[in-house]
Design a protein around this ligand. Structure first.
Ligand code: IPM
Ligand code: MN
Length: 356
């Protein structure tokens, strides 16, 4: 009997549903090719449901999602709703409650994709950021005093636990070993200023490193790493960092790999349910226009399959995407692809079907 994967799908807001349609189309095609089955279960979480019911996530949402092998998410966020409500109430809540403690974000320049960096090509840009995904400034610790007065005080604490830091760093070492590229792991921090938090990170990094003599270790301050991303991206193989720095440097990473049209990532709980998403937002401006680039959402399917143990199918998707960027797409920008959203999805499906 062939294996069946139960996937929870949250298309979400804006262009989320459109890109998810293309992603699931590709998922279906690759599963037929590889001989496994996919069972999709759709959830309507997002702006529309919130406006209609006043509820951000129903009480049983987490329990329902937990029953799946993985979650496939489109985009969350709507211009009619105050920023933060849906992001915190859906995206961050799922990351935290499902304990998806790794945010894995590959930064890879595909052939044919225009790179904003002078003289950089696919051989220079191919690294992965392992972002801690449950702690740091995102933990929500802090408070406010005397709000609205001239004496107002706002405190936002960065939470770094030995357990949280260690499991993230350990994952990064394992991932780097498995990746077999440069066998180099860079810790990105700010040890010269954040002398409590990054002291814990650095000590943990150095201790865990002893168990991985085959992996070269390296350190870069977060400000410096933004310079190196632009000047020498070829230096990097795997980078591990905290939640906030990881958020910031992966947007820069997305830009050097061609933009939000292609950047995808996985929120991973290696012992639980993980969630895969294009990292760009809901792009409300392009909603319903068949103009948005679905490749990021399609790449998220590739990362999901790799994580589920279907490595070969993950590679098939990546190869198909590379054929499309190399041979068909004019630009990765919405409305500038020279193709509609649907056509781009169809092209990827065609290359998946033709793959050996
Ligand atoms: C991301 C996003 C989220 C984050 C927002 C939408 C809460 O920017 O996935 O990088 O900050 O993590
Ligand atoms: Mn971000």
């Amino acid at each position: 009997m062939s294996k069946t994967y139960n996937i929870a799908v949250i298309p979400g807001d804006g262009t989320g549903p459109e890109v998810i349609t293309e992603g699931t189309k590709v998922l279906q095609a690759v599963s037929e090719k590889a001989g496994f089955k996919i069972d999709l279960n759709f959830f309507d979480f997002g702006a529309e449901r919130y406006i209609r019911t006043g509820e951000i996530l129903p009480d049983n949402a987490i329990e329902e999602l937990r029953k799946h092998d993985a979650i496939y998410l489109g985009a969350i966020g709507d211009p009619d709703i105050k920023p933060g409500i849906l992001e915190k109430g859906i995206l961050l809540r799922l990351r935290f409650e499902l304990d998806q403690y790794i945010n894995l974000r590959p930064i890879k320049l595909y052939p044919g994709v225009e790179c904003p960096l002078k003289d950089k090509s696919p051989e220079h840009i191919d690294f992965v950021v392992v972002r801690e995904n449950t702690e740091g400034l995102y933990a929500g610790a802090g408070g406010v005093l005397k709000k609205g007065t001239p004496d107002e005080v706002a405190v936002q604490n960065s939470i770094n636990t030995r357990k949280g830091v260690e499991r993230c760093i350990r994952y990064a070492f394992e991932y780097c070993r498995k990746r077999k590229k440069m066998n180099k792991l860079t810790l990105c921090g700010k040890t010269n200023v954040l002398t409590f938090a990054f002291d814990l990170w650095e000590r943990t990094f150095n201790e865990v490193a002893k168990e991985y003599p085959d992996i070269k270790t390296d350190y870069a301050h977060v400000d410096a790493i933004t310079m190196w991303f632009v000047k020498n991206p070829e230096w990097f193989d795997v980078i591990v960092t905290d939640n906030m720095f990881g958020d910031i440097i992966t947007d820069l990473g997305a830009m050097i790999q061609g933009g939000m049209g292609i950047a995808a990532g996985g929120n991973l709980n290696p012992n639980g349910v993980s969630m895969f998403e294009p990292i760009g937002g809901s792009a409300p401006k392009y909603k319903g226009k068949n103009m948005i680039n679905p490749l990021a959402a399609i790449c998220a399917v590739g990362i999901m399959l790799e994580h589920l143990g279907e490595e070969k199918s993950g590679k098939v998707i990546e190869q198909a995407v590379m054929q499309v960027t190399a041979k068909h797409i004019k630009s990765l920008g919405a409305g500038q692809m020279g193709h509609t959203t649907t056509e781009v999805g169809d092209l990827v499906v065609k290359y998946v079907q033709e793959s050996k």
